[in-house]
Design a protein around this ligand. Sequence first.
Ligand SMILES: *[C@@H]1O[C@H](CO)[C@@H](O)[C@H](O)[C@H]1NC(C)=O
Ligand SMILES: *[C@@H]1O[C@H](CO)[C@@H](O)[C@H](O)[C@H]1NC(C)=O
Ligand SMILES: *[C@@H]1O[C@H](CO)[C@@H](O)[C@H](O)[C@H]1NC(C)=O
Length: 772
Amino acid sequence: MAPHLHGLPPPPKTRPPLLGLLLPALMSTVASLPALVPRVSYATGDGRRALDFFHLEGLQDFDSLLLSGDRETLYVGARDTLLALRVGGSGPLTLQSSVPWRASQEKTAECIFKKKSNETECFNFIRVLVAVNGSHLYTCGTGAFSPACTYVDLSDFSLAQMATGQPLDGKGQSPFDPAHKHTAIMVDGALYSGTMNNFLGNEPILLRSLGTQPTLKMDNFLRWLQPDAAFAASFSNGSFVYFLFSETASEFHFFEPLTVSRVARICQNDKGGEKLLQKKWTTFLKAPLTCKVPGQLPCAVVRHAVLLPALAGVAPARVIATFTYQWQTGGSVVCEFPLEAVEAAFAGRFKEMNQESSRWTPFTGTEPTPRPGTCSTGPSSAKVLTFLKDHFLMDGEVTGSLLLAKADTTYTRLAAEQARGLDGHPYLVLYLGTDSGRLHKVVLADGGGGEAAREAYLVEEIQLFPKPTPVRELLLEPLQGVLLVGSAQGLVRLPRANCSVYPTCADCVLARDPHCAWQRERGVCGSAPGLPRGPHPSPFPWHQDVERGNPRYACGGDIGRSLRPQDQAKPDVVLEVLAARHILVELPCPRASALASYEWTQGVPPNTVIPSRIGPSTGDLLLGPEADGLYQCWAEEAGYRHPVATYWVHGPDRPRPPDPSLAGVPVKPWAVAEGGQAAPAGSRSYWPHFVVVTVLLALLVMGSLVALLVPRLAALRARGRVQGDPISPREKELLTPGDPRGAQPPDKEHPDVLEVMPPGVVGGGGDEGIRP
Ligand SMILES: *[C@@H]1O[C@H](CO)[C@@H](O)[C@H](O)[C@H]1NC(C)=O
Ligand SMILES: *[C@@H]1O[C@H](CO)[C@@H](O)[C@H](O)[C@H]1NC(C)=O
Ligand SMILES: *[C@@H]1O[C@H](CO)[C@@H](O)[C@H](O)[C@H]1NC(C)=O
């Protein structure tokens, strides 16, 4: 974190002292956000969600990403270095070229002299990376608090300006301070950038540079932007360029400065004024942007946004934006704003500062024509420009519709797409990067109830980076279906879905991922084909139900090979467990979904539920010796109950025919335990329990010895040895470093306890270790 300077407003996390009274109320607004549990969570290194992680020794801050036109190459702006990586095809991310781009020694020395950190700040952090044409990129960096830009010649991946030794001035294009917010977009050869224009970071700017049109900037004197404006995103549509940012609201009077989010709009054909507003914007307007959970305070700070283009005849163009709170860390909301609603605000009333009351009030007079902020072609009249000078804030606010609210999570970047499900419906899919290096894949489905009933569903959570670190950049490449994510530590590429992690039709359908569908013929969950489209998926052998995630409907005959009442649903496979006498068996229950509830049953239906206290919290079931029979672990999710694991337990010497109700279900041997030979997987996992119980027992016994047997100890010592059964060498091994003498007395005092855990289980010694 950069130290904050004089003249800067307090950082957003600071708690304004006067808000002490209000704060509990504000906090409760966050506390009541839904938890929105990810259905499946993957840690880094989980093979089910393999990540292609790229990093290089000595390189950090992979902040800017740009895909080449052919999507084969990824250009990366890392700290002091530009990289070109090969991303096309299925191979790993490979470095093609790199070129160092450091601030000069002189600039670095100046930076350190100005009390900036030589370890975290006085470097060249790349902030702008855009394509100019087929042969050149344009890039800007903080240049050790002295913003600089250069062209990159792609023919040899060299910095064009370095030939002359002098980079271009990057003021207004890149911030000075790496901690300052920025946004930049290339439209028709012109670079539109929003950032801080000075060292202190209290002079925000919207700048147009490059290209053939005149360079335009803000007139700071007019205060169209508050000194703390923090840019989050920019995009273009039609003849406009839009900027999203947050700033202190001047129009509200509150105990403390109140942060609001804004959308600003400028015309691409703006040429600046002739006499008034020379080389300055003459089409700038801004409007408030709010996103809130009903009944709660709005989320104030826009963090990132994308424009989702219109889908012909289905969905209009929309802005998807993620917000956080002003006085609270953690907790995010995501809203969508139809571009029409944004335009409506700009077409509505203006606000103006009432000179008498010093308050912002709606302007009710006559507006000049052409209306300020419209992209008229001719030069604007002095009258229009004079009006615009203090009518740049719109009265109407743009209110978003809430897509999701999540407590305890700060989303830093997002990407969005419309994914067509098998039903032809375009589902909104969000990819959200968090400040701790995770990725959330969220699907919005309405359960068939229409737009108003739309609900966010967190398909999966993936830890992208080995150490928690904020996601700084997130790109979706929809043709290859991959995500590219940048952070301080490195880059990650991953497919947007891995359908193979869902082994059965029920799993595949319950996942509710529009990118995945069950293919009956092949018996796999695969990438949903772009086709078929239309309301009748039945002729096609693919199965999916994004709306409800109901396998009963979607899998039909594929579920457990029958459509019988749910408690009689047949398993896909029965695992036969041959458990030798006296062997304790631990039966695992794979818990695939955090949204399901799990329980064990014993016997054939109608079966009895085993109270959950018997199964440890891991969900595995520990069976005593000779507990023969049928055991099933059931999952219930979205109203659908199905067996996820079915075990038929009996001993080799106690053959039992499988229950007739399981006729037709394939039987597979699971773990065979015979006379203590190869120890079964289940028995081996019992080892930690045994050690724990043994150690606890030893402690208990030692305690009892002290408390109860002290008077007898002297006598025992006098006899030299405690009487009892000899201890096998194996047991000695097990009991060390505990005192074998201490562990001995329970043989006599608690024989029933020991019988439950015969040493044969552990040592593989079979029955020999059992005491009579
Ligand atoms: C997808 O999941 C399967 C099954 O768990 C796994 O074998 C495969 O490596 C995974 N692929 C990726 C790219 O994560
Ligand atoms: C930064 O400056 C301090 C004090 O001047 C020095 O001890 C340290 O080695 C410098 N760090 C680097 C990375 O140059
Ligand atoms: C691309 O842009 C660069 C920088 O403006 C310029 O030098 C070069 O001639 C352009 N190339 C083409 C093919 O237009």
